[in-house]
Design a protein around this ligand. Structure first.
Ligand SMILES: Cc1cc2nc3c(=O)[nH]c(=O)nc-3n(C[C@H](O)[C@H](O)[C@H](O)COP(=O)(O)OP(=O)(O)OC[C@H]3O[C@@H](n4cnc5c(N)ncnc54)[C@H](O)[C@@H]3O)c2cc1C
Length: 339
């Protein structure tokens, strides 16, 4: 396997990502996709230790739960319904009344109740990527610091990837260039992926607050080492991977409302990244129907860290003509194209 990657693509989402593993936080609509997210989370819970044994890199898996605060009657109703829905699907989800939140999480901001997803959590995406790179190298993968320009084809077959310095030949090609996937030339059709900017900022983690992940309607706060990571905006701003004062204001207000001890703490870092978004919010994973050796692994939007491991396993199944997870069916590329 050869992996082509430019030196330092400003805005690559994994560099910016909070690394939340939060399948139980968010809208409930598609049960198969929900289960895929759960499988994505469980994949890391199973793989963190073997990956660390193999590479010496600890991906900082935290699986101590995420608390999603409800504010207002509508949010309360919605979260209560989410708890019921998740339980009906066989997963642990707890509803905490405001008094229970105050007693168990006295540092959390005021709320009308909360959903507690006991097994959701986070990983450190930078460490995860480094560990996976090392693991892949041990299995023979080669990494080349060069940008792909487009697909090289011969009739209805992909023959490799074009770069500024020539073609890298390949038996199969996987398009996995994040928000830039749609900019590659020579693809059989346009890919419905566009950049969705997310701004983040870091503050010191407040003293005497245990490691916690708090989620609200407009953002979240989590601890990584001695810092609080606070995010994130969701903006359609083209390929400008920049932070803005409006974004910073929105994130810091949200953070202080979730974790009031953060009010007044200094911002120590800020950054932005570009999520690969799709029109229906679902990733694009699978084979190009008109080119049997071309594959897509892109468009994972807000959940690309959560889903990276499990969708990579699924893609391997598909490439080997094996059965795979039910939720993958909804991600097939041809859902966007009429015939
Ligand atoms: C602020 C922020 C917070 C986030 N938080 C979370 C979270 O908490 N949990 C979660 O699950 N997800 C989160 N995400 C989303 C997650 O980071 C993305 O879904 C995921 O990183 C997408 O992976 P990707 O490999 O498709 O794209 P990217 O991570 O963007 O990676 C694309 C890669 O392709 C390379 N590339 C680009 N162009 C080319 C080219 N021409 N040739 C070769 N290589 C190329 C880039 O250098 C980069 O390495 C967040 C994203 C942002 C921006």
């Amino acid at each position: 396997m050869v992996v082509l990657e430019p030196d330092d693509r400003a805005g690559a989402a994994w560099r910016a990502s909070a690394g939340l593993l939060a399948p139980q936080i968010g809208p409930r609509d598609d049960a198969a996709f929900f289960e895929l997210g759960i499988a994505g989370r469980e994949y890391y819970r199973a793989q963190a230790a073997p990956l660390s044994d193999e590479t010496g890199i600890d991906i900082d898996l935290f699986d101590g739960g995420i608390l999603q605060l409800a504010r207002g009657a509508r949010a309360e109703d919605d979260l209560r319904a989410t708890v019921a829905w998740q339980r009906q699907h066989g997963h642990r989800a707890d509803w905490l009344d405001p008094a229970e939140v105050r007693s168990e999480y006295p540092w959390a901001g005021a709320c009308d109740g909360a959903l507690f997803a006991a097994h959701d959590g986070s990983v450190d995406p930078g460490r995860l990527v480094e560990a996976l790179r090392q693991s892949a190298r041990r299995r023979g993968a080669r990494f080349e610091t060069v940008a792909a320009v487009g697909l090289a084809t011969d009739g209805a077959k992909a023959t490799g990837v074009r770069t500024a310095s020539g073609v890298v030949p390949a038996g199969d090609v996987v398009i996995a260039a994040g928000a830039w996937s749609g900019r590659l030339t020579g693809l059989p059709r346009p890919i419905s992926v566009e950049p969705v900017r997310g701004q983040m900022l870091a503050m010191p983690w407040p003293a005497r607050v245990p490691r916690t992940i708090l989620f609200g309607e407009h953002g979240y706060v989590l601890q990584r080492a001695e810092r609080a990571l606070c995010g994130a905006t969701i903006e359609h701003a083209g390929f400008a991977a920049e932070t803005t004062s409006a974004g910073e204001r929105q994130i810091s207000l949200t953070a202080a409302s979730l974790l009031p001890a953060m009010g007044g703490l200094p911002i120590v870092d800020r950054w932005a990244g570009l999520r690969p978004g799709t029109p229906d919010g679902l990733p694009i994973v699978g084979r190009e129907p008109t080119m049997p050796n071309l594959w897509y692994m892109t468009g994972s939007g807000r959940n690309g860290i959560l889903l990276a491991g499990i969708t990579a396993v699924a893609l391997t199944h598909l490439m080997n003509d094996e059965a795979t997870f039910e939720g993958i069916e909804a991600l097939k590329p041809e859902r966007f194209w009429s015939w």
